[in-house]
Design a protein around this ligand. Structure first.
Ligand code: SF4
Length: 389
């Protein structure tokens, strides 16, 4: 599977891609079925009825960034890694309906049995960050490291938010997958195996972890731009670097800025600014705390009544957290609306369509990872699971 090689797609691009065919991307395929109308008044009842009819055969996973109307039907919620593990822990479920994005459904398919089928209710629900690292681009980057004479001492570390093909490349080249919760452990392990890390595809998670957790200097990090010849780096720069960061980012978390932090501090006295490590380095250093989605949830659960929080992560989650903690003031860090446009593609009409199709015996939106790719990707995932605690 190859990925888009152009510059980062805008939210409008992603919405348009969902309506047409885009064989160069993991996302951007049209929905082949007849969706119920979004205005249909019986959607909730239909989803309930289909779920009940499918019973134990069905397991519905809901990522924290999904819409409320979808989360309502999730058997479990979580971040991408927790959900993949939850899927693996339900060998009795014949159908795993993954309400999230494409790379998450791929990981679930890799970690579940051959007799289980993973379904993404809208195949156009991709991830712009995952699309920023195509396998051909990564292989070219590795060739640059070989030419610079440093591939042997370089360990690839890839974030969960990547295609199965990139995870497989990582497994095959002695590296590990990581999440935002265990990126520090993954990097410490990688630096025991080699002297340099190729971190993909999120430059911000790589930089924030290397500098703030491992104590590396910003000057130890270089950015490899797949759209420039040689990644825009000289062989000498590759040799001198300890962290070679892929030029990728999350289009949601990348929007937060230091001015958002300053503005909320001026507006809300004693506010605590809590951000995700996919945010830019200057935003993370201006914040009071940084952590994964699960850490953000745990921090707000444990926060004292009356405390004030400005949270820099996806808006669906922040709104749900604000609703769950009426005794605390929880606001979104940015002034403008900041949903993940591809996560939001999974809505109630798509969920109803997927569930009713299953009820009628038709599997729609199945995600199936090539066997060879899955084998190596699993090596990368297993290395992550074996990381020292
Ligand atoms: S929030 Fe960012 S990383 Fe997550 S699916 Fe959306 S674009 Fe990808």
């Amino acid at each position: 599977m190859t990925a888009v090689t152009g510059p980062a797609a805008s939210a409008v691009d992603l919405l348009l891609l969902g309506r047409s065919s885009d064989p160069g991307s993991e996302r951007g395929v049209s929905c082949p079925g007849e969706l119920p109308a979004a205005s249909s008044p019986d959607l909730v009842d239909r989803a309930r009825a289909a779920k009940q009819a499918l019973g134990e055969q069905l397991f519905v996973l809901g990522h924290h960034y999904q819409r409320d109307e979808v989360i309502e039907f999730a058997d479990v919620t979580g971040d991408s890694f927790k959900l993949a593990r939850d899927a693996a822990g339900r060998p009795g479920a014949r159908y795993i309906v993954f309400c999230g994005v494409h790379f998450m459904a791929e990981s679930a398919d890799i970690l579940t049995g051959a007799d289980q089928q993973v379904i993404l209710p809208d195949l156009a629900a991709g991830c712009s960050m995952a699309d920023m690292a195509g396998i051909g681009q990564v292989e070219d980057a590795w060739d640059e490291l070989v030419d610079a004479g440093v591939a042997d001492g370089t360990v690839p570390v890839t974030y969960m938010n990547s295609t199965a093909a990139i995870k497989a490349f990582t497994g095959e080249h002695g590296g590990t997958v990581c999440t935002s919760s265990n990126a520090e452990r993954a990097l410490r392990w990688a630096f025991e195996q080699g002297e340099r890390v190729l971190f993909m595809p999120d430059q911000h998670l790589g930089r924030n972890t290397a500098v703030l957790k491992l104590g590396l200097d910003l000057s130890d990090c270089v950015v490899y731009d797949p759209h420039k010849p040689g990644g825009g780096l000289t062989a000498a720069q590759l040799r001198a670097a300890r962290m070679v960061l892929w030029r990728g980012h999350c289009s949601v978390h990348g929007r937060f800025s230091v001015s958002s932090v300053n503005e909320v501090r001026a507006r809300i006295p004693d506010v605590n600014v809590l951000v995700h490590p996919e945010c830019r380095h200057d935003v993370v250093t201006a914040a009071d705390a940084v952590g994964s989605t699960e850490m953000i949830i745990a921090t707000l659960d444990a926060a004292p009544s009356g405390s004030a929080w400005a949270v820099g992560t996806e808006l669906n989650l922040v709104r749900r957290l604000a609703g769950a903690h009426p005794d605390k003031r929880i606001v979104f860090l940015d002034k403008s609306v900041c949903y993940c446009s591809t996560m939001n593609r999974i809505d109630l009409p798509h969920l109803v369509w997927a569930l009713e199709s299953l009820q009628a015996g038709a599997v729609v939106g199945r995600i199936q990872v090539d066997e060879q790719v899955a084998r190596w990707a699993r090596v990368g995932l297993d290395r992550m699971l074996a990381l020292p605690g």
